[in-house]
Design a protein around this ligand. Structure first.
Ligand code: PGA
Length: 255
């Protein structure tokens, strides 16, 4: 059984005070949730403050990015051990915004994932096709290429520690969520690729869906067999909406 994992990706939003206020609002709302992993990824500047607010809650802290190097002349960058020092146990890598806006390649994403594992931080590795790629019928090819490139530095015996987020670019921040069936089709494909690459470890990898996840679609998404969680942007900014996502009720499934 894979434990569901619901993650908030705040992107470039919230000051330290706003972040702390969010955590204070969220924790009582999710106190009765079932056994799930909850992860919050604030901007770097609020990591320390959020770590303090989350202490003892069981909610995990994530960074939104990392540099694979340990130290040196990399102005503006943050190393894996610095994230570990702040209490991060997860970090998002390969988000489509970083791939598109900052030109990050699969090889760079792979080195980040490998460097995170070396510091015992779980990488959340994002993949997903653009609208153009979907319309050209290339979705599965694109996802296969991103997966094999971005997971190249994950040792087979560490596979179960990674999280993969399938985030179709056309669904991110657009309100156009993939239907549960469309998402499951790709998630099932991703599962097959992971098993091919890692053997039984691939069965244990949690695959999140991301792209306009909201309180009103999370239940049907989470009912799909290969959707193990969600990576949530816009709907993760308010305690009321994110807590409803954390407390999802898979339609037709056991809770
Ligand atoms: P969204 O963002 O929920 O606002 O679509 C998801 C993401 O980019 O991780």
């Amino acid at each position: 059984m894979r434990r569901p994992i619901l993650a908030a990706n705040w992107k470039m939003q919230k000051t330290r005070a706003e972040a702390a206020e969010f955590v204070e609002g969220l924790l009582p709302l999710i106190a009765g949730s079932r056994a799930v992993d909850v992860v919050i990824a604030p901007p770097f500047t609020a990591l320390d403050r959020v770590a303090e607010a989350l202490r003892g809650s069981g909610v995990a802290l994530a960074a939104q990015n990392v540099n694979p190097e340990e130290k040196g002349a990399f102005t503006g960058e943050v190393a894996p051990h610095m994230l570990a020092d702040l209490g991060c146990t997860y970090a998002i890598v390969g988000h489509s915004e970083r791939r598109a806006l900052y030109g990050e390649s699969d090889a760079f994403v792979a080195s980040k994932a490998g460097a995170l594992l070396a510091r015992d931080i779980h990488p959340i590795v994002c993949v997903g096709e653009s609208l153009e790629e979907r319309e050209a019928g290339n979705t599965l090819d694109v996802v296969a290429r991103q997966l094999s490139g971005s997971l190249a530095e994950v040792p087979t015996d560490r596979a179960a520690e990674i999280v993969v987020a399938y985030e179709p670019v056309w669904a991110i921040g657009t309100g156009a969520t993939a239907t549960p069936e469309i998402a499951q089709e790709v998630h099932g494909f991703v599962r097959g690729q992971l098993v091919e690459r890692f053997g039984t470890g691939g069965e244990q990898v949690r695959i999140q869906y991301g792209g306009s996840v909201k309180p009103d679609n999370v239940d049907s998404l989470m009912a799909q067999p290969d959707i193990d969680g969600a990576l949530v942007g816009g709907a993760s900014l308010q305690p009321a909406t994110f807590s409803r996502i954390v407390c999802f009720q898979p339609l037709g499934g056991a809770s």
